[in-house]
Design a protein around this ligand. Structure first.
Ligand code: ME8
Length: 505
């Protein structure tokens, strides 16, 4: 089955921070899990390079928007291998192939009669690149997200007839209750639609950094139209000489933060309806990572507020997998939640180093010491097996709904179960008496098998750690069937395990 997952494309007006890494890792976890299931996966991320947010910063820095875009797109590209993301393509909206495809689709929207020329007058946030409705304006005509004064805009624009899609969108939400998740975001988007939809600007004539409107070359498309279409255009040129659109469209999952809900949950489906393109299956809206300071005060991490946790510094100290694990363990995916260097250190020490790393190294050491480095070919313990029953199905079902934190929690319950099992069965005591040899075989085999099973399931979260540990266990099969407890034969030779979570320097 095809599985197409996307992240937002990030503005190149500044360098990436942990918020961007967070969404991208979330999408990566889903993509890796689906690959383990043998699905035909396409995973897209990229950069949003047009519009005012980029043009303004370029002007301030005295360089062209393209120069700024090239420099910062590279930073987003560089981040991907560092956070170990397995994307299949990276789209840049300044790519001429994207621009041509945007023009084609928008020409269809035009020819279908969904646009007209009119005068826009109202409030605009250049950082959101958003024309604000009355309900979206904070005190003193400021932007509630960026806390900056809004610009009063008056310009002749092309308009998109969003209002005519009010009823089709209501129908969509009624027919597809899981189009937007979690439910709170579905309700928020639906409330916006029920509040009445007004036509929106489709083009800008005041800025020139964008995709030219084919039927009126003095205008460029309002950046959101160009940006949203990346999810669709990329498929047409991601592979040289091949068009992947029929294979992967409609997308299974758009993953995004709640700041851009309206664009994805209201404008995007309306645009696709206007262009006669099928709608994506699901949108998963996650919350904000907030920085928790020493006093416990939480604020949104954002470029403009300047309070970001630097993912590069975090990875240097704790490693990439620890970052990937922490983000989804500490904050329920979908909710807002605070992160801090203090809780990072605690989880690293107590969960990764102790509960998981030590469990693995102790088990391997005992297999080496008591059984010459060969996992005994004994049955798995019948008292432990029921605790693993149904786990693979549960995790798959949760990840089908992008419940990334809940799935991780189910896996971690088994990591903890294995820790209790070591204490209960005390293999070091069994080893003292040859009469317990068969019992010790079962215990060591069950531990090795349990660690192997959870590690296959943890692969999407911590791919490097999983690879090291599975190699040390002598069985590197990553397919999801291998995550069943007792699925693989004993008898493999264990190898050296490098320290998985060493004490940070
Ligand atoms: O909005 N917590 O780009 P952007 C969690 N170009 N996620 C965060 C975050 C935080 N503190 N900060 C950022 C744009 N994000 C447009 C998108 S899509 C067609 C165009 C993540 O660079 C989150 O995914 O401002 C959020 O939605 C996105 O970065 C915004 O990135």
């Amino acid at each position: 089955m095809p599985f197409y997952v996307t992240t937002p494309i990030y503005y190149v007006n500044a360098a990436p921070h942990l918020g961007h890494a967070y969404t991208t890792i979330g999408a990566d976890i889903l993509a890796r899990h689906q690959r383990q299931r043998g699905e035909d996966v396409f995973f897209l991320t990229g950069t949003d390079e047009h519009g005012e947010p980029v043009a303004q910063v370029a002007e301030r820095e005295g360089i062209s928007p393209k120069e700024l875009a090239d420099r910062n797109a590279q930073r987003f590209l560089d981040l991907l291998p560092q956070i170990n993301v397995s994307n299949d393509f990276f789209i840049r909206t300044s790519d001429p192939r994207h621009k041509r495809r945007v023009q084609e689709v928008m020409q269809r929207v035009h020819d279908n009669g969904h646009v007209y020329k009119g005068l826009y007058e109202g409030w605009y946030c250049p950082k959101c690149a958003d024309f604000k409705t009355e309900a979206e304006i904070a005190e003193g005509n400021t932007c509630p997200i960026h806390r900056i004064p809004l610009d009063r805009e008056r310009e002749e624009n092309w308009f998109f007839r969003l209002s005519t899609f009010e009823q089709p969108l209501k129908d969509l939400y009624a027919e597809r209750p899981d189009f937007v998740t979690p439910r709170s975001r579905y309700n928020e988007a639906l409330a916006f639609i029920n509040g009445g939809l007004q036509d929106i600007s489709l083009s800008r004539s005041k800025i020139s950094w964008g995709v030219e409107v084919p039927w009126d070359p003095g205008h460029v498309f309002y950046v959101w139209f160009d940006a949203l279409l990346n999810y669709y255009t990329a498929l047409s040129f991601a592979r040289d000489g091949e068009d992947l659109t029929d294979r992967f469209w409609p997308a299974n999952f758009h993953i995004l933060g709640k700041d851009i809900l309206k664009f994805h949950a209201v404008f995007w489906p309306a645009m696709l309806l206007a262009a006669d393109i099928p709608l994506p299956r699901r949108e998963l809206i996650h919350g904000y990572l907030l920085m928790r300071d020493a006093e416990g005060v939480e604020t949104k991490m954002s470029k403009s507020l300047g309070n970001v946790l630097d993912p590069f510094a975090v990875m240097e100290t704790f490693g990439t997998d620890a970052l990937r694990y922490y983000c989804f363990r500490e904050v329920g995916f979908g909710q807002d939640g605070g992160v801090s260097t203090a809780t990072f250190g605690e989880r690293y020490e107590s969960e990764l180093a102790n509960e998981y790393g030590n469990l693995a190294s102790r088990t391997l050491a005992m297999i080496t010491r008591y059984r010459g480095g060969i996992v005994p070919d004994a049955d798995v313990d019948a008292t432990l097996a029921p605790d693993f029953e149904g786990l693979v199905g549960e995790v798959s079902e949760l990840l089908d709904r992008a419940e990334i934190t809940q799935a991780l929690d189910r896996i971690w319950q088994r990591v903890r179960r294995l820790n209790r099992y070591v204490e209960e069965s005390a293999p070091w005591q069994l080893a003292r008496d040859e009469a317990n040899a068969a019992r010790l075989d079962v215990t060591l085999r069950s531990l090795a098998e349990g660690i192997r099973a959870v590690t296959v399931l943890l692969h999407p979260y911590m791919p490097e750690t999983a690879a090291k540990l599975l190699a040390a266990l002598g069985d590197e099969e990553l397919g999801l069937d291998a995550a069943e407890f007792g699925a693989r034969p004993g008898g493999s030779a264990v190898g050296e395990l490098p320290p998985l979570f060493p004490k940070p320097q």
